[in-house]
Design a protein around this ligand. Structure first.
Ligand SMILES: Nc1ncnc2c1ncn2[C@@H]1O[C@H](COP(=O)(O)OP(=O)(O)OP(=O)(O)O)[C@@H](O)[C@H]1O
Ligand SMILES: CC(=O)C(=O)O
Ligand SMILES: [K+]
Ligand SMILES: [Mg+2]
Length: 586
């Protein structure tokens, strides 16, 4: 195509217009059944180089060497272009990836890293960002607020100084039952047959031998002699043998390492016991203080642990809306309890995203039910257009070893094949010996499985249900579905979406198209949030309502930085003008 083909479907938002339920737009012949004006224009789109910010440096920081390794940063003094109206913000890693590997091999699956003692330094955080971390997660179960504040500060500085858009996710502690600290010890070993005391009493240090504090006051009343007590979902097991007031004596039946603040569950006749602890609030008083902290620090996501119902999500969202200036903190529901599975659809509907928190989920339902629960949650999230994270033990052995087990690679592959939005590292990045290597494994497995899926055309003919709640939403949804389908049929190089709130970008992402989606948005907070969603490459760019000038500017800016070239075929949509445009980059 030497000349660009440019067609616009425009509609006013008149409610009298009816859009056929699923009418995919075809290039030729023009659709005759659409009842709003359709214009086809054949004309080249011209780009003027005067728009290019001549100051934008486009030095390459790093790149993937195609074997899953990272080439070292060559330019530590890299300064990103200034965020003024004439520039476009994208990080150096994405830029290098696009230039060197082309659009097709960009990674679509996003990566979340839990930050802990192994990764909290500036250089360590930078290494993770360079290695592809899209979201940094801080877990309020561990560390002080001051510790978390410093991590947030460093991530923000990294974004400002190096042009990254790493988002921050704060994860609440929740009212789970867990052990206390081990008096400063990193762990304690429980041996087979040993008698340990679990008590709601707090102890002065040093902690009495073989004694563990439990954070839940009702513990001794809820458990019964004969119950089985599981630490961290079964890493260590005890039988309850005697109750003496606040103390519960237990015999170790599966020896292992007890870690500070490890999660505790108790089981009776093969099922999880949910006595009064089932009445514990999802958001504890400590969680509310942490949430206030998160709002004040302007985190991008708040993940709520042990969600039981949609009500708590709605409650938190209204709390955030009342307190946060732009109320743009997204709420992620962690699916890790039996109740959350019972109320799954309502919970996901009320949330801005979900996490398959397999660690605690596997301590609440039989392990063999976790894979089907994962598949159900991932599918439902995609149907409802909510980003979904698959979390816990993806590369657990890499806490200690530099290579993963084959089974772990297969597990990561399965999550990628399910087209989850994001994969998460927990202990691997928080306290493991090989955080960067673990991240590199997630990256290379993602890229490889995504490619395999495209080559084999393994995309299931997934009919996405209509989810729009208004007529204008319905137009957006149909446009995105059609644009994604056209992008696959025409094998375009990239989809462009100009979006203020990110909604159109997420609708495109939901279709999981073969090509990457360049999402242009004018605010840095929306850019960071889009970083959690499958296939989106978020750019910050100020743009107008005039799509032609937006496109011309974008082409000039991206061409000047070598990120696209003349002849690339692009489909563009926007949430200002409801249109689909197909064109070659001039
Ligand atoms: N901020 C921190 N300070 C110290 N250790 C941490 C921190 N964050 C995580 N860790 C360590 O990494 C491990 C894994 O982290 P992760 O966030 O998965 O926590 P978790 O305790 O398993 O609970 P959750 O169910 O909330 O994920 C923790 O058990 C803890 O040992
Ligand atoms: C991530 C988390 O909370 C879990 O897997 O339990
Ligand atoms: K947590
Ligand atoms: Mg959990």
């Amino acid at each position: 195509m030497s000349q660009s083909l440019h067609f616009v479907v425009s509609s006013s938002r008149s409610p009298n217009l009816t859009l056929p339920n699923r009418s995919y737009l075809k290039l030729s012949p023009p659709p005759s059944n659409l009842r709003f004006p359709v214009t086809f224009v054949r004309r080249p789109i011209s780009a003027s180089s005067s728009d290019v910010d001549s100051n934008s440096p486009s030095k390459v920081l790093v790149s993937d060497n195609g074997k899953g390794g990272v080439l070292p940063a060559t330019s530590p003094e890299y300064v990103p272009p200034p965020s003024d109206s004439s520039s476009i913000d994208v990080d150096a890693v994405t830029e290098a990836d696009l230039k060197e590997n082309g659009f097709r091999s960009t990674r679509r699956t996003k990566l979340v890293c839990t930050i802990g003692p192994a990764t909290c330094g500036f250089e360590q955080l930078e290494a993770l960002a360079v290695g592809g971390m899209n979201v940094a997660r801080i877990n309020m179960c561990h560390g002080s607020r001051e510790w978390h504040r410093r991590v947030i500060e460093r991530v923000r500085r990294l974004n400002e100084e190096k042009g990254f858009a790493v988002a921050i996710m704060m994860d609440t502690e929740g009212s789970e039952i867990h052990m206390g600290e081990l008096g400063g010890a990193p762990s304690a070993k429980a041996e087979d047959g040993e008698i340990w005391t679990f008590s709601v009493r707090a102890f002065d240090s040093p902690r009495p031998e073989r004694t563990i504090n439990v954070n839940y006051d009702g513990f001794a009343e809820d458990v019964k002699v004969g119950d089985e007590l599981l630490v961290d979902g079964g890493m260590v097991r005890f039988d309850v043998i005697e109750k003496i007031g606040p103390d519960v004596k237990c015999r170790c039946t599966d020896p292992g390492l007890l870690l500070p603040r490890a999660n505790l569950t108790f089981w009776r006749d093969g099922s999880l016991v949910r006595e009064r602890n089932a009445m514990l609030p999802t958001i504890s008083s400590k969680d509310w203080l942490d949430i206030d902290f998160g709002i004040a620090e302007g985190v991008d996501f708040i993940a709520i642990s042990f969600v039981k119902s949609a009500e708590v999500i709605k409650h938190l969202k209204s709390y955030i809306a009342a307190r946060s200036r732009d109320s743009d903190i997204a709420v992620i529901a962690k699916i890790e309890s039996i109740d959350s599975l019972k109320n799954l659809e309502e919970i996901i509907q009320a949330s801005d995203g979900a996490m398959v928190a397999r660690g605690d989920l596997g301590a609440q339902i039989p392990l063999e039910q976790v894979p089907s629960a994962q598949q159900r949650i991932v599918q439902l999230c995609r149907h409802l257009n909510k980003p979904v994270i698959v979390a816990s033990q993806l590369l657990e052995s890499m806490i200690e070893y530099p290579t993963p087990t084959r089974a772990e690679v297969a597990d990561v592959s399965e999550a990628v094949r399910q087209r989850a939005d994001a994969l998460m590292l927990s202990g691997e990045s928080a306290m493991g010996l090989f955080p960067e290597k673990a991240l590199a494994v997630l990256r290379s497995v993602s890229v490889r499985i995504e490619k395999w899926w495209r080559e084999e055309k393994r995309h299931e003919a997934m009919e996405l249900p209509d989810i729009a709640s208004s007529f204008s939403d319905s137009i957006s949804e149909q446009i995105c579905n059609s644009a994604a389908k056209m992008a696959n049929n025409l094998a375009v190089d990239a989809l462009f979406v100009y979006t203020k709130t990110g909604h159109m970008a997420s609708l495109l992402s939901r279709c999981r198209p073969d090509c990457p989606i360049f999402a242009f948005t004018s605010t840095t907070s929306v850019r960071r949030r889009l970083n959690l969603q499958w296939g989106l490459i978020p750019f910050r760019l100020s743009f107008s309502d005039d799509m032609e000038s937006n496109l011309n500017r974008t082409f000039s800016l991206l061409k000047a930085r070598g990120m696209i070239k003349s002849g690339d075929l692009v489909i563009a949509v926007s949430d200002m003008l409801q249109s689909i445009q197909v064109m070659n980059v001039p």
